[in-house]
Ligand binder design. Structure first.
Ligand code: ARG
Length: 619
């Protein structure tokens, strides 16, 4: 790093009183360069606003944009070796501004008009967290996808569940996997909430009190985020003084880490010789330097252990913010260390967790061997009696007596006790009780929604599978960072598809199940399936990469209200929800919807016509 003076310290002769120790102590450059893309995006939005309100000229703006775009390219390429990183300049903001001035001269000197590093860093942090939440969202979904893949293979394995780590009721492995999906799904939503809660623009707050210049803060937000522009924060003092976005994000990460630590502990227990419920890939265990037989779950242990680091970041942040006066204080600079550390840890743990989960299998034989122990079907027997009209409390007592009887007679499970013996406790018990006893029978009987038996897990699995599929599509549409700079990746193959689409001249919603679509599918070269081609088109449309043709060659057929309601129900039944309709065309689910609809209405609509109605109803 070369040396430079601090151009903003004029009152102190431009920082000429340089002290090496002080410079090293005060800098944040060693960790805040991670925000360079966000800093540059914020600066471009700010400059566009300055030009809009007449504080800089169009020529100034184009010089600033050219300079910043070049700088972004240089840092993309050179990373830490970029010569503009000068630790004497303290932080990412000053280094980029200094490099801009060096590149473009006076226009660069106008960029900081009406801005302070205090509102600048507040914005950069929000933008960084915004991107980080998008990454974390994807990683949560990846982990859910891993649980789903195990459930699809081993979901039917009957096993005990535990409360107090004592045998409770029989469940299926899929039921427990769906529990982890629910927990991680909630972590994901919590992270998404952070994103939705802090999408406000602090720029224009200045150092603390705002500015006498005619800044248009609404415009900055729009330049920053296009149509879905960020609205200005409410109060200039609060906007520069608070770090709620850091705290909320690290809290959401802490909850995620805590959830992962519970899962890790559960599987560590399941991997012991005593349980032997689960095996994970050898790559995710380590041997012992002394004991040759060992397969230790070190990666799971580290997931459990690193949760502590994340809590540490949260505690540090809370403590850092405690008691500081309202306005920027340099304490706040420390926020980024903790946010980045917590983010990196949870990112690594989520990725590791997904890899471990993907490699796992439930050992049905081992689980089955001891399944009859522990009277896990006792609750089922009580519910059998409820069905025979016995009040639950009484049934509970009866079953308690029956379990005691088993103990006295040395009978190991309820299935092995004679019905005649049971009858001595309660005469309502008949031969049909056999269907309520034994774990395999019990898991078939659960009916309440969200249950951990066969019906509940299958229902949940369908929902999670939809989420996983839909998310893969959203990811394809381009990252947040990409949309920030308007450069969604379009491959050569995609270009060919766009050209063919433009030539057809028939709008996307009107395309499924037509000869035109067949032509397009052939033009795509047959590498992708029909549904892949269609989804790619839909994703490019969402990303604004597909021209809007707006021409439908046919009108959807007119149906009555009842028929429309039936069709919507069928879509929800087979696609999971109306908003997942885009996944329907060219799938088996679509065929099921079409066949059922025509059969139940007596109509003979074509696949194309049915699709048109679905597309119309969804709007
Ligand atoms: N590097 C600083 C931070 O991260 C930027 C803000 C500096 N502001 C100031 N008034 N010294 O907080």
């Amino acid at each position: 790093m070369s040396s430079a003076r601090k151009p903003w310290e004029h009152a102190k002769a431009g920082g000429s009183e340089h002290d090496e120790l002080a410079a090293r102590f005060v800098e944040s450059l060693s960790y805040d360069t991670r925000m360079y893309k966000h800093d540059i995006a914020g600066s471009i939005a700010h400059a566009r606003m300055l030009q809009k309100v007449g504080l800089i000229t169009a020529d100034d703006l184009s010089e600033i944009e050219r300079g910043l775009t070049e700088i972004r390219g240089e840092i993309d390429e050179q990373g830490a070796a970029w010569p503009g990183w000068k630790v004497e300049l303290e932080d990412v903001h000053m280094c980029i501004e200094a490099a801009l001035i060096e590149k473009v001269g006076d226009p660069g000197r106008k960029l900081h008009t009406g801005r302070s590093r205090n509102d600048q860093v507040a914005l950069d942090l929000r933008l960084w967290v915004d991107d980080a939440t998008a990454e974390m969202d994807t990683l949560c979904v990846d982990l859910i996808a891993a649980y789903v893949s195990v459930a699809e293979r081993d979901g039917d394995v009957v096993m005990p569940s535990y409360t107090h780590l004592q045998r409770a009721q029989p469940i299926v492995a899929g039921g427990e996997l769906m529990a982890w999906c629910a927990a991680v799904g909630r972590c994901r939503n919590r992270i998404r909430l952070v994103r939705a809660f802090h999408n406000q623009n602090p720029l224009g707050s200045g150092a603390i009190a705002g500015s006498s210049l005619p800044l248009d803060r609404e415009a900055t937000g729009e330049f920053l985020r296009g149509e879905a522009g960020w609205t200005p924060t409410d109060n200039s003092i609060d906007a520069t003084a608070n770090r709620d976005v850091a705290l909320d994000y690290v809290y959401a990460l802490s909850m995620t880490a805590m959830t992962l630590s519970r899962w890790a502990e559960q599987w560590i227990i399941y991997m012991t010789a005593e349980f032997g419920f689960i095996r994970i890939g050898d790559a995710f265990t380590t041997g012992s330097s002394m004991m040759p037989q060992k397969r230790n779950p070190d990666m799971l242990e580290l997931i459990r252990g690193r949760c502590g680091n994340v809590y540490g970041s949260l505690t540090s942040l809370l403590t850092m913010c405690k008691g500081i006066t309202i306005g920027y204080n340099r304490d706040l600079q420390e926020d980024k260390r903790h946010v980045f550390a917590a983010h990196d840890t949870v990112r690594d743990c989520l990725m590791m967790a997904a890899a471990i989960a993907r490699s796992a299998s439930f050992n049905a034989e081992r689980i089955n061997a001891g399944l009859d122990r522990g009277f896990a079907d006792a609750t089922s027997l009580a519910e059998y009696l409820v069905n025979k009209g016995v009040p639950f409390r009484t049934a509970h007592q009866h079953v308690g007596a029956i379990v005691r009887m088993c103990d006295e007679k040395g009978v190991a499970s309820l299935t092995k006790l004679d019905v005649a013996d049971m009858k001595t406790v309660c005469d309502k018990i008949g031969k049909d009780v056999a269907e309520w006893l034994g774990p395999a029978n019990v898991v078939k009987r659960y009916r309440s929604s969200g249950n951990a038996g066969l019906s509940g897990y299958k229902e949940a699995l369908a929902v999670w599978k939809d989420l996983v599929g839909g998310h893969a599509d959203a990811k394809e549409a381009g990252s947040v960072q990409a949309s920030l700079f308007g450069d969604v990746d379009v491959s050569d193959e995609d270009e060919a598809l766009i050209t063919a689409y433009r030539e057809l001249g028939r709008t996307l919603d009107d395309l499924p199940y037509t000869d035109e679509f067949e032509a397009l599918y052939k033009a795509a070269g047959g590498e992708r399936s029909r549904s892949d081609v269609l989804r790619r088109l839909m994703n490019m449309r969402k990303a604004g990469k597909l021209p809007r043709l707006g021409r439908a060659l046919e009108k959807p057929p007119v149906l009555d209200g009842e028929q429309e309601a039936l069709l919507m129900d069928l879509v929800i039944e087979h696609a999971g929800s109306l908003s997942l309709r885009d996944q329907l065309p060219y799938s088996e689910a679509f065929d099921a919807v079409a066949t059922a609809f025509n059969a139940r209405t007596g109509l003979q609509l074509s696949e194309h016509q049915i699709w048109r109605v679905i597309a119309k109803l969804a709007k």
